[in-house]
Design a protein around this ligand. Structure first.
Ligand code: OAD
Length: 227
C-alpha cells in the first residue's frame, strides 16, 4: 500500500468556520501574537492568554469537520494515510482519521506549567486562573507557543520521509520549523499543494498545485488518486 501524508494548516478548517491566522480577517489581525502565543506573553498576563485560548476552544468544540477532513479520512481505504497538522483543533480526529500528529499541540488538552509531560484531556471548555495540575501548578493550554520547541517535529520528519505522496493543504508555510517539512520528502515523492493562493506561493516547480479551497481541492485530488 502506498503511503500518503497530508500536511495541514488553518486553511483546512476555514470552511468549518474557524479563522486562519494570517491575511485579511486572520486571527493575528485582531490579536498581538506576542501577547497570546509566546512564553513572554504568558509571563506578562496569564489571564489574557487563557481567555484567548478559551475562546478558540469554544469555537473548536462547536465547529464540525468539513468534507475536506472527511475526504482525507476516506483516503485510508486506498492508502496508508498519515495526517500531520499544525492545527490545534480536533477536526481530523472527529472526521475519523486514524493517524494524526499535531505539531503545535491540541486545544482540548491542558498542560502543567511545572512539567510539560503532565497533559490532561479537558472535561470543560475553559482553563482559568487557579486551575492546577496534580503537582499544584497552574494549568496552561497544551499548545506550542512561538519560541518553544516542537516536540513532535522529529516524528513528523520521519513520517514525511516515508511518503510516496505528500499533500500540503491550507497553510501559508510561513512558520518554521513546520514549513521545512516539505524539504524532507524523498526523491520521487509526488507533492501536491491545495490552497486558494497556491499559484502565488514560492515553492518548488515540481509541486502540483490546486489553487482552490480545501473542500474542492481534496475532492479533485482524491478523484485523481483513487481512480
Ligand atoms: P495561515 O493563516 O498562516 O495560513 C492559512 C492558509 O490557508 C493560507 O495560505 C490561506 O491561503 C489558506 N486558506 C484560506 N482559506 C482556505 C480554504 N478554504 N481552503 C484551503 N486553504 C485556505 O495558517 P497556518 O499556515 O496554519 O501556530 O499557520 C501556521 C501556524 O501559524 C499556526 O499553526 C499557528 C500560527 O501562528 C502557532 O500558533 C504556533
Amino acid at each position: 500500500m502506498k503511503k500518503i501524508v497530508i500536511f495541514t494548516g488553518a486553511g483546512i478548517s476555514a470552511e468549518s468556520g474557524l479563522k486562519t491566522f494570517r491575511g485579511e480577517d486572520g486571527l493575528w489581525e485582531g490579536y498581538n501574537l506576542e501577547d497570546v502565543a509566546t512564553p513572554e506573553g504568558w509571563k506578562k498576563d496569564r489571564k489574557r492568554v487563557l481567555d484567548f485560548y478559551n475562546i478558540r476552544r469554544k469555537q473548536c468544540v462547536t465547529a464540525n469537520p468539513n468534507s475536506a477532513h472527511i475526504a482525507i479520512k476516506t483516503l485510508e481505504k486506498k492508502f496508508e494515510t498519515f495526517v500531520i497538522t499544525q492545527n490545534i483543533d480536533d477536526l481530523h480526529e472527529r472526521a475519523g482519521s486514524t493517524n494524526v500528529l499535531h505539531l503545535h499541540g491540541e486545544i482540548r488538552k491542558a498542560q502543567s506549567t511545572l512539567n510539560p509531560k503532565y497533559i490532561y484531556t479537558m472535561q470543560s471548555d475553559e482553563i482559568n486562573i487557579g486551575d492546577v495540575c496534580e503537582l499544584g501548578s497552574q494549568l496552561r493550554p497544551h499548545v506550542v507557543w512561538f519560541g518553544e520547541a516542537v516536540p513532535n517535529l522529529l516524528k513528523a520528519e520521519e513520517i514525511t520521509r516515508q511518503a510516496d505522496i505528500f499533500v500540503v493543504v491550507g497553510t501559508s508555510l510561513q512558520v518554521y520549523p513546520a514549513a521545512n517539512l516539505l524539504q524532507e520528502t524523498k526523491l520521487g515523492c509526488d507533492v501536491f499543494l491545495i490552497d486558494p493562493h497556491a499559484d502565488e506561493m514560492r515553492i518548488g516547480n515540481h509541486i502540483k498545485r490546486y489553487a482552490m479551497k480545501a473542500t474542492q481541492g481534496l475532492q479533485k485530488l482524491s478523484d485523481l488518486l483513487t481512480k
